[in-house]
Design a binder for this molecule. Structure first.
Ligand SMILES: [Zn+2]
Length: 350
C-alpha cells in the first residue's frame, strides 16, 4: 500500500482499499468494507461481508449514524444480488463494531445476531444503562487514581454513559458463539477463537480453507488494542488476559491473511504477535522502573509513554497505565496502598 513504512515487517497484499460504499474482495466470497468513524486515532473501521448460500453474513457493523446506514444501503443495492442478510456477527460490544447490529437484524427480518454471550450481554447492559448522572461509585473510582476535584467536576458535567447514543437498540436475544466452535459460512468452516483483554470475550473467526483470520480489535497491524481499567471492573487484570491471549494465535499458519478491524489486511501474524508481546514488556518495565517511590496512577503513568501526553489524552492513557500497574501487581512486582486521602499509591514490592 502507499503508506508502507520501511521498518514495518508486515506485508499488505490487498492492492486497493475500498471506498465508503464499496467492497473489495480479499478471498473468494469475502468482501472488505471500510467505513469512516469519528474516533481520533482510528478514523476507519473494516467490516466484512461474506457470501453465505442463500444469503449473506456480515461481520461487524459500524457506529450508529445516518451516514453509516446510508453507506450500508448503497452496499446492499450494489452487492447483495437480491439475497438477504441472514446473519450478523459482532466480534465485540464496542460501538464501532456493534453499533448497527440491532438495525441490521431489523432491516433484514429473519437475520440473527451471533456473538459471544459476554460481549452481547455487556453491550446490552451498557445500552440499557441510561442514567445521566455519574454515580458516586464511579466518581470514587477516578478519585482513587489521583484525579483532583476540578477534573472530577468536569467528568460529572460531561455525563456518564454515551453507549446508547452511538449504538442502535441492542437485540433482546443472541445466538451465542463459544471459543473453539466451528460453523459454516458459505460452505466453509470458520472457527471461533476467543481473545480477552481488549473486551470481555472478543470473538475472532478463523477459516483454515481460505487461510483467513478476522481478528477484530484483538490483533491490529500498526496500533496496539486499547486495554484499560474501567469502573465496571476496577480491580481487574485485563492486560494479563491479553498477554495470555497472544499465545492462542501462535498455532495458526504463518502465512494467514489477517483481517483486522483497523488498518489494512496483513500477513506476518507471528511477527505481529511478537511485537505486541514486546510492546507490553517494554511498557511494564518502564512503569516498574518509575515506581521507585509511592506515586498515584496519574503521577506514574506518563513514564510509560514515549510521547508527551496532552491533558485530553490522560483519561484513556491512565486507563491503560492502570492496566499495566495491575499487571505488575499480579506479578507481585508492584504493590498498591491507600493513603488517608483515599487515593491509591503504587510502588515497587520490597
Ligand atoms: Zn474494540
Amino acid at each position: 500500500m502507499t503508506d508502507h513504512r520501511p521498518d514495518d515487517p508486515l506485508t499488505y497484499p490487498v492492492g486497493r482499499r475500498p471506498d465508503h460504499a464499496e467492497c473489495v474482495e480479499v478471498a473468494p466470497g469475502v468482501q472488505w468494507i471500510r467505513m469512516q468513524i469519528p474516533i481520533p486515532g482510528l478514523d476507519f473501521i473494516n467490516l466484512w461481508l461474506i457470501e453465505d448460500g442463500d444469503g449473506w453474513t456480515i461481520v461487524d457493523t459500524g457506529l450508529r449514524s445516518k451516514k453509516t446506514q446510508a453507506w450500508w444501503e448503497e452496499i446492499f443495492a450494489k452487492y447483495l444480488g437480491g439475497k438477504p442478510v441472514t446473519r450478523v456477527i459482532c466480534t465485540h460490544f464496542h460501538p464501532d463494531h456493534m453499533g448497527l447490529a440491532g438495525w441490521l437484524v431489523e432491516r433484514f427480518p429473519g437475520a440473527v445476531l451471533w456473538m459471544s454471550f459476554g460481549e452481547w450481554s455487556f453491550g446490552r447492559m451498557l445500552w440499557l444503562d441510561t442514567q445521566e448522572e455519574m454515580p458516586e461509585e464511579v466518581v470514587r473510582f477516578y478519585r482513587r487514581l489521583g484525579w483532583g476535584e476540578q477534573a472530577l467536576a468536569a467528568f460529572r458535567k460531561r455525563g456518564y454513559n454515551f453507549y446508547s447514543q452511538v449504538v442502535y437498540d441492542v437485540p433482546h436475544g443472541v445466538r451465542r458463539i463459544v471459543d473453539g466452535e466451528s460453523f459454516q459460512i458459505g460452505g466453509r468452516a470458520w472457527r471461533v477463537i476467543v481473545g480477552q483483554g481488549h473486551s470481555p470475550e472478543h470473538a475472532c473467526l478463523y477459516c483454515a480453507e481460505l487461510g483467513l483470520l478476522i481478528s477484530g480489535d484483538q490483533i491490529l497491524p500498526r496500533i496496539t488494542p486499547h486495554i484499560g481499567i474501567y469502573p465496571s471492573e476496577p480491580d481487574g487484570n485485563p492486560l494479563q488476559l491479553y498477554i495470555d491471549s497472544i499465545d492462542i494465535f501462535r498455532p495458526l499458519p504463518a502465512d494467514t491473511l489477517v483481517l483486522p478491524a483497523h488498518g489494512d489486511p496483513f500477513r506476518g501474524l507471528p511477527l505481529r504477535l511478537d511485537a505486541l508481546a514486546h510492546h507490553h514488556d517494554v511498557r511494564l518495565e518502564r512503569l516498574y522502573v518509575a515506581c521507585d517511590k509511592p506515586q498515584t496512577a496519574l503521577e506514574v503513568v506518563p513514564a510509560m509513554f514515549s510521547r508527551k501526553l496532552k491533558p485530553d489524552d490522560m483519561r484513556l492513557a491512565s486507563a491503560e497505565g492502570v492496566a499495566h500497574l495491575h499487571c505488575l501487581m499480579g506479578m507481585g512486582r508492584v504493590v498498591r496502598e491507600m493513603a488517608s486521602d483515599g487515593v491509591y499509591r503504587y510502588r515497587r514490592a520490597a
